[in-house]
Design a protein around this ligand. Structure first.
Ligand code: CTP
Ligand code: MG
Length: 256
C-alpha cells in the first residue's frame, strides 16, 4: 500500500485543480490585447496568475479558459514562459460570452479525479500563495465553498437607476461593518460548484460574476477567510500602475 500523505499533489483524497477564467476582453482597461495577455513587468498577467496558483503545493492541474479566438495566443504565452514545476499539468480551453459561461466550460474540462476546485481570475495576477493555500486548506477541511474577502473601505450606497440624465436617487446605505469585498481564488467542493453551474446555466442575462453567489443560491453554506490587498483585481488603468509598483517592490525585496 502506498502512502501519499507526504505529497498533497497525489493524495488519495483526490486532486485539487485551479480553473482560471481568462477569456475577458478587459474593456474597462481600454483598447488593446485581451486583458489576461497584457504584460506586467514584461510577463503576461495570466502567467503571473498561473505561477501563483501552481506555487500552492495542493494544485496539480490548471485549466486556463482562453478567449474563444485566443487559444493559440494563450498556448504561445505558456510555451514562452514554461512553469518551473513540471508536476503541474496545464490545459487550455476556449471560454464563453461571460465569466459564468467561461467557468462552466473550464469545469467541464476537469478529469474525474479532481474533487476540489479553486476558481481564480487571471485579472488577479499578484495573489499571494499563502492566500491560495488558506483557501485550499479550508475546502479540504470540509467547507464546500470558501471565499477570501476584505472589509470595504468606502461607505457603499444602494441606488436605483437615474432617469434621463438625472442624478441617481439613493435607496439605502447598508451598514459598512457588515459588508465585505470578495476576491479570488474561491475554493469549492467540485460537485457543489458543478451543480450550481449546471442548474443556473440557462438563465438569461449577463451571468454571475461571482461563483460563490451561485452556490449561495443553491442553499449551500459559503464561508469567508481573510483576503489580501495584493489579490486585487486589475480592472482599470490605475490598477496597472499599482500592479507594476507591487511587482517592483517584490523584485527589490525578495528577488521575486
Ligand atoms: N472572464 C472570462 N470570460 C468572459 C469574461 C470574463 O473568463 N467572457 C474572466 C476575465 O478574463 C477575468 C475574470 O473573468 O480574468 C474577471 O472579469 P473582469 O475583471 O470583468 O475582466 P474582463 O471581463 O476582461 O474586463 P471588462 O469587464 O472590463 O471587459
Ligand atoms: Mg468583465
Amino acid at each position: 500500500m502506498s502512502d501519499n500523505s507526504e505529497n498533497p499533489r497525489s493524495g488519495a483524497a483526490g486532486r485539487t485543480a485551479a480553473v482560471i477564467p481568462a477569456a475577458g476582453r478587459g474593456v474597462r482597461l481600454g483598447p488593446g490585447t485581451p486583458k489576461a495577455l497584457r504584460p506586467l513587468g514584461g510577463t503576461p498577467m495570466l502567467i503571473h496568475a498561473i505561477r501563483a496558483l501552481t506555487q500552492a503545493r495542493a494544485v496539480s492541474l490548471v485549466v486556463v479558459v482562453a478567449p474563444p479566438d485566443g487559444t493559440e495566443e494563450v498556448r504561445a504565452a505558456l510555451y514562452a514562459h514554461p512553469l518551473p514545476d513540471d508536476a503541474v499539468e496545464v490545459l487550455v480551453v476556449a471560454g464563453g460570452e461571460n465569466r459564468q459561461e467561461s467557468v462552466r466550460l473550464g469545469l467541464a474540462a476537469l478529469p474525474d479525479t479532481v474533487d476540489v476546485v479553486l476558481v481564480h481570475d487571471a485579472a488577479r495576477p499578484l495573489v499571494p500563495v499563502e492566500l491560495v493555500d488558506a483557501v485550499a486548506a479550508a475546502v479540504r477541511g470540509g467547507r464546500p465553498a470558501v471565499v477570501p474577502a476584505l472589509p470595504v473601505p468606502d461607505t457603499v450606497k444602494e441606488v436605483k437607476p437615474g432617469e434621463g440624465g438625472e442624478p441617481e436617487p439613493v435607496v439605502a446605505t447598508p451598514d459598512r461593518s457588515r459588508l465585505r469585498a470578495v476576491q479570488t481564488p474561491q475554493g469549492f467542493d467540485r460537485a457543489t460548484l458543478a451543480e450550481a453551474h449546471q442548474r443556473l446555466a440557462d438563465e438569461p442575462g449577463e451571468g454571475a460574476t461571482d461563483d460563490a453567489g451561485m452556490v449561495e443560491r443553491l442553499g449551500a453554506p459559503v464561508v469567508l477567510v481573510p483576503g489580501h490587498q495584493e489579490a486585487f483585481k486589475v480592472t482599470r488603468p490605475l490598477d496597472l500602475v499599482l500592479a507594476e509598483a507591487v511587482l517592483a517592490r517584490r523584485r527589490a525585496t525578495d528577488g521575486f
